[in-house]
Design a protein around this ligand. Sequence first.
Ligand code: DGL
Length: 275
Amino acid sequence: MNRQQGPIGVFDSGYGGLTVLKEIVKELPQYDYIYLGDNGRAPYGIRSFETVYHYTLECVQHLFRMGCHLVVLACNTASAKALRTIQQNDLPKIDPERRVLGIIRPTTEIVGNHTRSRQVGIFGTSGTVNSQSYPIEIEKFFPDVQVFQQACPMWVPLVENNEYNSEGADYFINKYIRQLLVQSGDIDTIVLGCTHYPLLADKIQEHLPPGITLLSQGELLAKSLAGYLRRHPEMQAKCSTGGGRTFYTTDDTETFDRQAGIFFGDSITSRHLAL
Ligand code: DGL
């Protein structure tokens, strides 16, 4: 690897982005990747705009220092609250040649191709839902699609605490599904707008009425990243190849390695990043 090249950085507030990285490495196995989970300061979903922005920017800068030219925010909350400011205000000052991409746009670009009823539901963290990022972005691509949102503040803690197969999970899945579907009986497509939620996908599907399509974001983002690199050969040339995968957590590495395997589907040995 020469200095002109570096790994692709993948960032999340904690474990959730590993569900995305798993799909990215399936689609683009040739590249080197650095994953950074800010477990020490997660969850982000309940924090203010300012806090999420500062935490995300700090982590992005760490990934740049580790040699990444391209960083993917595999976190909806960070994409909703920090991406635009980082792209518009910070990157021109830090290094206009580096890029940061988010997870919301690849989802909103295609969601209208999945719904026949033109009524779409979004499950997300309170931060993502309150930011209105999904309705605003979907309106740009599919102005005829109506968007209904439901914040699911208990789902991230259930997943983080390994309770995603418990009776408690059934209770809170059912609760938020009812709260979404009471807003409209015609929703036929639901976006799992938080990278932690794929671990609950089977249970969510069990509790949903038949005929509703659930969209997880990992594959969508992987395909969108592949398309981005095809359209930007200058960035592709800066992404080092060799199949390296390096994992950093801002919290305890032993706990991270134990939990992370469940999200990534493979065993992980992480390093600690002190902030
Ligand atoms: N994984 C993050 C997301 O996609 C949420 C987790 C958190 O609240 O930190 O929104």
